[in-house]
Design a protein around this ligand. Structure first.
Ligand SMILES: Nc1ncnc2c1ncn2[C@@H]1O[C@H](COP(=O)(O)OP(=O)(O)OP(=O)(O)O)[C@@H](O)[C@H]1O
Length: 266
């Protein structure tokens, strides 16, 4: 419903979803579709309900009203079928387990055998560029490396969808920009659908296929931007006028009030 008809069915559908915390209306009447292989950013000011929306899709909260479908079922069914992985702002690794031990934990809990755990872990260590550090402990790693371990762990059961809640916001600019490139190459290598919460406009503009801008109090869908850069998202793109123009147009959303709309950036 948010973009021209696509051959594929949406893998996530959110319909008229509202959420209330006690006496606080956090989200109101949110609707959108996300298609397989898209990288979507949920962008908005602090407190507009981005994390709440992500948590509703990930079955960590239940909507007060409305409906959410993830991979054809409700979020609970999708979670039980391991249709998604989650990466939070802080990596939440187990300090007493090595990098390999952290990445393979979900497989271990499922009872997977040594050979399967090793094969999966090796592939993921390659994917996030941490093979050399497989035997290190989290406290021996930089923040960026720890977050790469958290991404690998979230991918260990090979879910088609990755939910990411401000995963890079605690990192310095240099590490963040490096991880942006890594995330895009992970997405290109794996074809995952990624839903990425951020309050950084340049981050959303650089990473996303589409940007969903939420307004606050209560959180509503304000605008949806089609970025449409695909594989052309390379570091140099950040220096191009097209990128700055998109950032300005998205920023303008936060200066104005208005009806929800759908924009095409390129
Ligand atoms: N468990 C909770 N109980 C009560 N209110 C909550 C709870 N979690 C979030 N809220 C409130 O709901 C609103 C939306 O919060 P949410 O964390 O989703 O916003 P956000 O856009 O992700 O913010 P930030 O960018 O600061 O993380 C805020 O006003 C917040 O105070």
């Amino acid at each position: 419903m948010d973009r021209p008809p696509n051959q594929e069915a949406p893998c996530i559908s959110v319909r008229e979803v509202s959420h209330r915390f006690q006496d606080m209306q956090a989200l109101s009447g949110i609707s959108f579709d996300i298609y397989p292989g898209e990288l979507i950013s949920l962008l908005g000011p602090s407190g507009c309900g981005k994390s709440t929306l992500l948590r509703l899709m990930a079955d960590l909260l239940q909507p007060t009203s409305g409906e959410i479908r993830v991979s054809g079922g409700d979020p609970r069914t999708a979670r039980l079928r391991r249709e998604f992985g989650i990466v939070f702002q802080h990596p939440t690794l187990f300090d007493w387990r090595t990098v390999r031990g952290n990445i393979e934990l979900p497989l271990e809990l499922l009872g997977a055998g040594r050979a399967e755990r090793d094969d999966t872990c090796d592939a993921l260590l390659d994917l996030v560029g941490l093979h050399r550090f497989a035997g290190h402990y989290p406290w021996q790693l930089s923040g960026g490396m720890q977050q790469r371990v958290a991404i690998a762990r979230a991918l260990s059961l090979d879910p088609p969808i990755l939910f990411m809640d401000e995963p890079f916001s605690a990192l310095d600019e240099f590490t963040k920009e490096k991880l942006h490139i890594e995330l895009l190459s992970i997405q290109q290598a794996t074809g995952k659908t990624i839903v990425f919460v951020t309050h950084s406009i340049p981050e959303a503009a650089f990473l996303s296929d589409r940007i969903m801008v939420l307004s606050a109090h209560p959180g509503r869908m304000h605008s949806i931007f089609d970025v449409g850069l695909g594989a052309r998202r390379v570091p140099e793109h950040r220096d191009e006028p097209q990128f700055h123009e998109l950032v300005s147009r998205v920023r303008a959303c936060f200066r104005e009030e208005g009806e929800p709309r759908h924009e095409r950036a390129v």
